[in-house]
Design a protein around this ligand. Structure first.
Ligand code: EPU
Length: 344
């Protein structure tokens, strides 16, 4: 471990998509698993707050960070197993997610085309089980490797061990902050299998004049990129972390009572008599869509996305999220939960 590997008092502004200018005491780039293990065996991380930074696309930095930021820069994409129908690809945690998606398409490996243009890194993708347009990471996940930050030992997490849920996994719960994900193995298909149940994707495919039996995963990817670009702000233009809240799930009885009062409520039926209501709709109904408060606001095309119009602090954005939570609670009796990780 060389001292010049540590950068001191470094601005995290380039490393979070909200563009918050918080400062970290120390930042260390991790390019190899062995480097991380060395830091642990040399007791560099002991008794200090440690924060693992991927693409910084699902975090809100509320304050300066008084500890060590480990920036995950482990790269590599390797086919580790193959059969007639499938390929298993091991990907370094520091790889950019969208570049990985494009690489799979270029190699005719299919299954993650619906997850095109999601910001962030491969290593962060299992933590919140990223999902979009009817596909979730768990649908293609095989296993991952992670380093125990206490012992430095490597551990393999199977699909089951990850306990995936809607924008959720064991890494956000029981073992939060205890492991650093260094690589992920995906099981991808060699045969295209389109996931086009999501209405907007099918509509766009139908509008292309290409006959249905010729639709390709690359076409789905291009459509997802177009839909996302029209609805979601580009972090390079306007700071944001995508959906700020999860879509709440409520019991059928509660939903029916709400539907009497709000007949135009948007909803999706779930198993077990539960109903999912889009948080973006609830927030829009409370009058927040496109609203600007100082340097903060919600995006004009998608109320679920909180934005930094420039120079907002993490505390200001957090305050806006609290105000939104309160008004949704008052109008609908539903408590939203934050999807973005709040870093204190
Ligand atoms: N809606 C509104 N007003 C808004 C936004 C949405 O009324 O301002 C209503 C519309 O009726 C729309 C419905 O909400 O039909 C659903 O909106 P959308 O299709 O944009 O999806 P979402 O439920 O808001 C979720 C994910 C997104 C993902 C999209 C597409 C969550 C928290 N968000 O958003 O994920 O891209 O579906 O699959 O589940 C992310 O997690 O960062 C993210 C962007």
């Amino acid at each position: 471990m060389l001292n010049n590997d540590i950068q001191y008092n470094i601005s995290l502004q380039p490393f979070n998509t909200f563009g918050i200018s918080a400062v970290a005491n120390q930042l260390i780039s991790i390019k190899q698993v062995s480097k991380l293990q060395q830091l642990i065996s040399n007791k560099i991380l002991i008794d200090k707050p440690v924060f693992i930074l991927g693409g910084g696309s699902n975090i809100l930095l509320k304050n300066n960070f008084q500890g060590i930021v480990l920036k995950m820069d482990i790269l590599g994409k390797n086919v580790v197993q193959e059969n007639e129908n499938h390929v298993w690809v091991k990907v370094g945690g520091g790889e950019n997610w969208h570049e990985f998606v494009l690489w799979t398409l270029a190699n005719n490996y299919f299954g993650i085309e619906n997850l095109s243009l999601i910001p962030g890194t491969v290593g962060a993708s299992p933590i919140q089980n990223i999902g979009a347009y009817g596909v979730e990471l768990k649908d293609v996940f095989h296993e991952l490797e992670a380093i125990n930050l206490q012992t430095g030992q490597s551990a393999t997490f199977s699909h089951q061990a990850c306990q995936f849920g809607y924008r959720n996994s064991i890494f956000k719960n029981e073992i939060k902050g205890q492991f650093c994900i260094t690589s992920v193995v995906f099981k991808l298909s060699k045969m295209p299998q389109l996931h086009i149940k999501y209405g907007a994707i099918r509509r766009e495919l139908e509008a292309t004049n290409v006959s249905e039996n010729q639709w390709t995963p690359k076409m789905v990817s291009d459509i997802v990129i177009a839909i996302r670009s029209s609805k979601l702000p580009d972090p390079a233009q306007i700071g944001n972390s995508g959906s700020f809240f999860k879509n709440p799930e409520i019991p059928l009885a509660q939903f029916k009572a709400l539907q009497k009062k709000f007949s135009n409520i948007v909803f999706y039926e779930l198993p077990n008599d539960m109903i999912k209501v889009p948080a973006g709709w609830l927030i829009e109904q409370c009058g927040w869509k496109g609203k600007r408060i100082g340097n903060t606001g919600t995006y004009k095309n998608q109320a679920l996305v909180l934005v930094n119009h420039g120079n907002a602090t993490g505390a200001e954005i957090y305050q806006l999220s609290s105000d939104i939570l309160e008004s949704v609670q008052q109008k609908f009796g539903i408590t939203l939960s934050r999807e973005v990780n709040i870093i204190e």
